[in-house]
Design a protein around this ligand. Structure first.
Ligand code: ZN
Length: 254
């Protein structure tokens, strides 16, 4: 059985078909990340209706924190939503920094305030965090160092190689996307991160070379990880499921 560790379920128009195709290839759970307060609401509703297939994660994504974002009221709204639903969620996510799309210093500083508030919430409630770090990997790793006890999942890592080693030493999990089929940086993560710290994800509906990603793609990601590591796909599948249970303590698949 496979769990998709990172998917934006609220952004599909045909979610029922997407989940059906996932079940057909042995995906028993989908961890649903959110972007902003509206997306949190949609994600919770979908999870409620999904008969435990969709496991919600709530958080403010760095790209929701743009120039016009009011940090005080925006954080207040997000934290109210998080507090109200803390018993339902399996993680805080996706949260972090994005210096690729947000190059203005002022916006980057706002993202940091929000990121720290999300980390504080996760820490207080002993929840794992799902991290976005595009082109801000070093800064993200520095901030995370201040939160030594957190369970951390680094999503779709394409940053400097030495941070992979640093993350592994700190016990961070790394989740691998379908880009593993064509991206040498993603393959490098699959190769260098030990099996007990790897997860798989679709990040759907992100497109991979023009094709919309979905949870069913995790089957292929497991096979690619097995290829890269020279292992049997079935042993990778079993190991990744154990990893999911270890890091997302509230996720259990039959
Ligand atoms: Zn994402």
């Amino acid at each position: 059985m496979i769990v998709d560790a990172h998917c934006h379920v609220d952004l599909y128009k045909n979610l029922e078909d997407v989940l059906k195709r996932a079940r057909e290839v042995g995906v028993c759970g989908v961890i649903a990340v959110s972007m902003d307060v509206e997306s949190m609401g949609r994600t919770l509703n979908i999870a409620d209706a999904s008969e435990a297939m969709v496991k919600p994660a709530l958080g403010l994504h760095p790209l929701a924190v743009q120039r016009d974002f009011n940090v005080d009221s925006g954080l207040e709204d997000a934290l109210t939503m998080l507090r109200r639903n803390v018993s339902k969620i399996v993680a805080v996510g996706e949260v972090g920094l994005d210096h690729y799309q947000s190059q203005e210093r002022e916006v980057q500083l706002k993202q940091e305030v929000v990121f720290r508030a999300m980390l504080d919430f996760a820490d207080e409630n002993r929840l794992p965090v799902i991290i976005h770090s595009l082109k801000a990997e070093r800064r993200v790793f520095n901030i995370l160092e201040e939160y030594g006890d957190l369970a951390v999942v680094i999503h779709w890592f394409t940053g400097p190689a030495e941070l992979i080693e640093k993350g592994v030493r700190r016990g961070y999990y790394f989740s691998v996307t379908p880009a593993v089929t064509y991206s040498s940086k993603v393959r490098r993560v699959a190769r260098r991160v030990s099996l007990e710290l790897l997860l798989c994800e679709s990040d759907g509906p992100v497109e991979y070379r023009g094709v919309v990603g979905e949870p069913a793609d995790c089957r292929m990601v497991v096979e690619k990880i097995a290829d890269v590591k020279g292992l049997k796909a079935s042993s990778v599948e079993d190991a990744l499921l154990e990893n999911v249970k270890r890091v997302f303590k509230r996720v259990n698949c039959a």
